[in-house]
Design a protein around this ligand. Sequence first.
Ligand code: COA
Ligand code: ZN
Length: 306
Amino acid sequence: MTSQRVTITDVGPRDGLQNQPKILTIDERLMLVRAIATAQVPRIEVGSFVSPKAVPAMAGTDLIFDALAAQSSFQTPTVALIPNMKGYEFARDAGAEAVTMVLYASDGMAQKNAGMNMSEAEDVTVDILRQANQEGIQVIATIAVAFECPFDGPTDPTIVQRTVGKFLQSEVSQVVLADTIGAADPQQVRDLTSTLIKSHGGERLGCHFHDTRAMGLANVYAALESGIRHFDSSIGGLGGCPFAPGASGNVATEAVVMMLEQMGFDTGIDLPLLLDASDLAQTLTGAVSGGRSKVWLQTQLQKQAL
Ligand code: COA
Ligand code: ZN
């Protein structure tokens, strides 16, 4: 029997904030990370180590790591996104326990995002893995544009299958399929995830969906049906990639958790506290919440409080 436990990584403090018109201060970013951790989210992507010229909102991610390390009560596993070896070195020096290295299913996206082609990004990942293994740091490999690329069009699934196969044979802790621009449909998701799970099992596979075409939750369900038990999502549905035209918010963590828990899955997440974190994300960024379930959830909580 496949597991009823589903593990969520909230990527809001990275994917969510990197694309906001309003750049948050380090203290504001920390408040958001702490609020998400208070809701018992099992893992948080707290920022990225990328060029501050390319993504000004992520400058100072090392200060976030410093502050969390100094807080003994903060026990949530954290991740930093990196685009290259330099990012790995910054993340390691900041004390990150895990890094998300970005791979690509198209050369167009690889070039725009990291100034490399697909195979150069793979080679760098192999080098990072070798070093990370020696240094005791986990590597998650996220394949960007796994379904469609804003520059090169629909992704050939065999490219994703090959990349997944190659990296699952290595020491990566997880391979995540990212629908960077939110273009996938549930049938496509079901086909790709079930093929991958047949070959490799689902334990080290995850999915990362954006909700651009309002198919995010349906895509989570399709992947779940195939046996995927790890998802990235973003508090308040914040999200987007500055280098992928048309990318909008990730599927909202509160919507994913509500759906999973209602279906009898166990996320370990405290939904009322998650809604507090979502309110905070909204207050800090001024962005409209992307999760449509929130209004209904808040009404239920108010009724219970009466
Ligand atoms: N962190 C911080 N600075 C970095 C860096 C990193 N990981 N990698 C490179 N740099 C710096 C270089 O030192 C150089 O600085 P300088 O201009 O002061 O000399 C500058 O960035 C450009 O480096 P270069 O190696 O010539 O690469 P590039 O211009 O092709 O840029 C990236 C490549 C990856 C650094 C840049 O495109 C980037 O950071 N992109 C962000 C990707 C991202 O966050 N996407 C969204 C999430 S997937
Ligand atoms: Zn994303």
